[in-house]
Design a protein around this ligand. Sequence first.
Ligand code: ADP
Ligand code: MG
Length: 455
Amino acid sequence: MNYQELWQRVLTDIELGTSRANFITWFQNTAIGDIKDQNSVIVYVPNAFTKEWLEHKYHKFILKTLRNILPEVKKVEYEISAELCRATQLTKKIAQPEIAEIQPEMQGLNLNIDQEANLNPRYTFESFIIGSFNELAHAAALAVTKNIGALYNPLFIYGGVGLGKTHLLQAVGNKMKSENPKLKAQYLTSEKFASELVEALQNQSMNKFKEKYRKHDLLIIDDIQFIAGKTKSQEELFHTFNTLYESNKQIVFSSDQPPKYIPNLEERLRSRFEGGMIVDISEPEYEARVAILKSKAAAKGISLPPKILEYIASAIQNNIRELEGALNLIAARTAILKTNLELTEIKDLLNKNIKPKKAITANQIIKTVSQFYDIQEKFLFEKTRRKEVVKPRQIAMYLLRQDFSGSYPYIGQKFGGRDHTTVIHAYEKISNDLKNNERLKEEIKNIRDLINKSA
Ligand code: ADP
Ligand code: MG
């Protein structure tokens, strides 16, 4: 058995033990390099991101799988070599995932949706790609499916648009429904909840409405932020929540913000949302975007060279839906032209159809804050405690944390090597002040507008 064959067998075992999306993302372009001293295996990986991921997440699994075939193996090391990975590309053909056959959105159809539960089979855990940006949310969602109503209740997932909240929520429903078809599960948006409530009030069918929602084993409400400000809906949701919660039924919510930042949300609902598990999905970093594109392209059956994937990942920065949109465009265009597109053609296509938003940088935030308060930028970095500097500095720190997802130590570093506890203090101070200081709210809103315009 040569190395190639050995690795092939290992991969086959790994493929059975992992989801298809993860397999394609993390293993497809790996290769076995060498076996030193009979017991130390070198695995080539295409980039640092894959190396880190395999080392931290899959190492034990890989070692165990290798040992099943070569029991004398003691050590596995990962080496980056894009070249060698390409040279020993997998010969094994990876079957197209089933999702490629469904693709209801591309056809504008949703024929496969389970009408009652409102679950689209396209959104599964298997087709959900994991990276550090969504790892925790994924783990929490999966844990919920294994401990219905018992572990994290409610599960509250928040994050920006197009980052996979709906996908994950639906995956929870699909998994639970497939494992237990008798389970009463329903997915809906908070807007749907509100409009059904209005209808029930008009038709005097409130009892039916209450009964319907309170009999679920699993209730999933997406984009809960839209219920804010709607008094009657919030009241009804509160009672529905309590009924379900008290009988250990599972509730899952998503929102674009953590509960404490949803404006006009009733306090009692906020505290219910905060009573379970809150996890966020952040924006995928560059390497994760490349991985997502690679996996999605494979699922769509289009093959794109690395430099094209890298171009798309750098042009489209903040949203998985837009990454998919770009791939759909390219797939459609390729089908029409019946030939693979060159990089220049792809640039052209994306420029025309998708406005690539430049990512906001930390320096832009700092610059905008200092301009807004009309102070010199350098004062923000100095040790001065002058009042007219302290507040803008705290606001800049707050925005770096809130909008830029900077870590506390990173932000401290940015501001002249301050301790991370100073940053935490600033963040909490501004978060607190925002709760009842309308003027501050307005200022921060204006600053954000300016930052977005400059981006
Ligand atoms: P949100 O609800 O946060 O706005 P969606 O769940 O609708 O985002 O995701 C947008 C698109 O990106 C969907 O087509 C979804 O399948 C896809 N997507 C998002 N996250 C992932 C992921 N981790 N793996 C695979 N596809 C994803
Ligand atoms: Mg959504």
